[in-house]
Design a protein around this ligand. Structure first.
Ligand code: ATP
Length: 627
């Protein structure tokens, strides 16, 4: 009987616990619900106590605690603010209903005798009535609790909403928290940036300080420089004044220089004129004689040179008496030339005499120098010489002089163009000594004469040259190409005539002057006597061609000397090629080289005779090719 309130309390608790899952997050509210259920506990305790005494007298005592507890429950409800006023009224009603029978029982007193059945029925009826009353009150209480539960459910739903709202708020907070964490990170970055910037600022401050110091120094320096500049400005002013004066002076000096240049040019022209006059007085064809030293270094027995006369040479020959009765007679052959060089004469000494002619070539006169003589007499040595400075021959020395002199004339406004060619006449055939192609493809060459009597060779290499070294290179190439052979009289005998030619074109734009000339340097092949040379085969053929062309040279010279109307230049390639040098507009120098050996006496005598014929030649006056 006393369990009913407990059950209802349980129902409340069950309903509360059913929603507890949803309410975990809201603990204070749960507490309140539990608290509302607690007033049932004293009632249960009371039920247990009452159960210990199962007597009729104890029955009214049962309702009292229940009523009290309910009253207490109702009374305690509002104080906790959970049970609403309708619940309070229902509880009060239950309490009032329960009190009435309890008060009637108190008057009943003791136990009924067994026989008092009526009394017992009465008691039973009273009991039933009490139960009914209780039932009613429990029902009422149940209603109250249902109502309370409905309210609680309503509150629960409100709380859920509240919870939802709080969750939303929470998620907002979380979002904000996330944003805040981002902000924190940003803050950390900004803080790092700030540190870095502070560091930079500090550096800049330090730099600024040093710059300030520097600026201060610069200022001081600037001040000093200003002072210096002002001093220099006054110096500049003085210098400007001096410069003005100097300019005037330079101007007058320029005028003087210009006058002097004119005078120099006039002087140069005068010098050329005088130089040419001297050359003409010396003769336009000159002969120099050069005696080669003996191979063993001794003195020649049949050649004598006068110590005080450098123009004559005497050959002495002892002739046996034809009758056999008289004593042997010595016959002397004396020759005079423009200059005779003994065996001791150096290459330099020899060239000094020729250099005047080389100068004429630059002045616009055609110049030709050739070496004539028997084989092995020193023609190649005289014309080309050897590779050492002091033994260099006429050709390299002449080239050197030409380039040096042209450089000097450049300051007077002269510009020169030089063209070199090197040809040999071998077996009366022309060969290009500067040819670099294949031997079997060598072109053939012909001598051509232009309208203005200039001689050129077809298919020949005409090489433009601008310095001495270039020409020396060409000479070396020509030497490799030249036909030489070992003969009984010369280990390296030239088997051909070689003609080196340097064409010179000069122009002086400022003076509107031009000059054109050629320098021909010829190394003739040596004449040979068949008996002496014992030449055979190819050498014999070469010797015949050499002697033939040299004899033609003699005929031409003789015709010139005799002033014959016809000079047979075209009889040989050699005389045709040298036509302008021998009989034309040229200054010609011939070397007659002789060997000092007594067994060469015949060739020496012949050569000297030939040379003196040349010496007697008058080839006319060379005129300068000038504009
Ligand atoms: N003046 C000199 N002083 C020293 N040595 C000389 C002199 N002249 C010639 N010789 C020497 O004599 C030799 C013959 O001379 P070179 O070859 O010049 O004679 P060449 O007349 O040209 O002979 P070829 O007609 O056979 O060619 C050479 O070894 C040369 O060095």
């Amino acid at each position: 009987m006393s369990r009913l309130p407990v059950m209802s309390q349980k129902r409340v608790l069950v309903s509360s616990s059913s929603s507890s899952e949803n309410m975990q997050d809201f603990a204070p509210l749960q507490k309140r619900i539990r608290h509302d259920a607690e007033p049932a506990k004293p009632q249960a305790a009371a039920t247990v106590i009452m159960g210990a005494r199962p007597t009729a007298s104890s029955k009214p005592a049962v309702s009292k605690p229940i009523a009290r507890s309910r009253a207490a429950t109702v009374a305690s409800g509002p104080s906790r603010g959970v049970v609403k006023p309708p619940v309070k009224a229902a509880a009060a009603k239950v309490a009032s209903t329960a009190k009435a029978p309890t008060g009637a029982k108190v008057g009943a007193g003791s136990r009924r005798p067994p026989w008092d059945l009526k009394g017992k029925v009465c008691d039973m009826e009273e009991k039933v009535q009490n139960y009914q009353t209780k039932y009613k009150s429990v029902n009422q209480e149940n209603e109250v609790l249902k109502e309370s539960m409905a309210q609680n459910q309503l509150r629960t739903s409100e709380m859920k909403k509240e919870l939802e709202r709080l969750r939303n708020t929470n998620s907002e907070y979380e979002n904000q928290l996330e944003i805040l964490s981002g902000v924190e990170e940003e803050l950390a970055r900004v803080s790092a940036d700030k540190d870095r910037l502070e560091q930079q600022l500090n550096d800049l401050k330090a730099r600024y300080k040093s710059l300030e110091t520097l600026n201060c120094n610069n200022e001081t320096e600037l001040q000093t420089m200003k002072v210096t500049i002002s001093a220099q400005e006054s110096t500049v002013a003085q210098l400007r004044q001096a410069l003005g004066e100097s300019r005037e002076e330079v101007h007058s000096l320029k005028e003087t220089v210009s006058q002097q240049k004119d005078e120099l040019y006039a002087g140069e022209m005068e010098r050329r004129k005088l130089h040419n006059t001297i050359q003409e007085l010396k003769g336009n064809i000159r002969v120099f004689c050069r005696v080669r030293p003996l191979r063993d270094g001794g003195l020649s027995k049949h050649i004598s040179l006068a110590a005080d006369d450098k123009t004559s040479i005497c050959l002495a020959k002892t002739e046996e008496s034809h009758t056999g009765k008289g004593t042997d007679t010595q016959r002397n052959y004396t020759f005079s030339f423009d200059r005779v060089f003994g065996p001791q004469a150096s290459q330099q000494e020899v060239f000094e005499e020729i250099s005047l002619l080389v100068q004429s070539a630059l002045d616009g006169y055609n110049v030709c120098c050739f070496a004539y003589g028997p084989t092995g007499s020193g023609k190649t040595y005289t014309m080309e010489g050897e590779e050492y400075d002091e033994t260099r021959g006429v050709i390299p020395r002449a080239v050197q002089q030409i380039f040096k002199a042209s450089d000097k004339l450049a300051c007077q406004g002269w510009e020169f163009t030089f063209t070199a060619s090197f040809v040999e006449i071998y077996n009366d055939t022309l060969r290009d000594l500067l040819y670099k192609g294949k031997a079997d493809k060598r072109p053939e060459h012909e001598i051509r004469k232009s309208n203005n009597n200039e001689l050129t060779v077809t298919n020949l290499t005409y090489q433009k040259v601008s310095c001495e070294d270039q020409v020396l290179g060409l000479i070396a190439l020509a030497n490799n190409n030249r036909a030489t052979a070992q003969t009984s009289q010369n280990d390296r005998s030239s088997r051909s005539h070689s003609v080196f030619r340097l064409d010179i074109d000069g122009v002086n734009v400022g003076r509107d002057a031009k000059c054109k000339s050629s320098l021909c340097l010829v190394d003739l092949a040596g004449s040979e006597r068949l008996l002496k040379s014992q030449s055979q085969g190819e050498r014999f053929k070469e010797m015949t061609a050499i002697n033939g062309s040299l004899s033609n040279l003699g005929i031409v010279i003789a015709a010139l000397a005799n002033k014959e109307s016809f000079v047979p230049y075209r009889n040989s390639k050699l005389t045709y090629l040298l036509q302008n040098c021998l009989g034309g507009n040229s200054k010609t120098l011939m070397f007659v080289n002789i060997a000092p050996e007594s067994d060469s006496f015949g060739e020496t005598l012949n050569s000297l005779r030939f040379a003196s014929k040349v010496n007697d030649c008058v080839i006319g006056t060379a005129s300068a090719n000038r504009k």
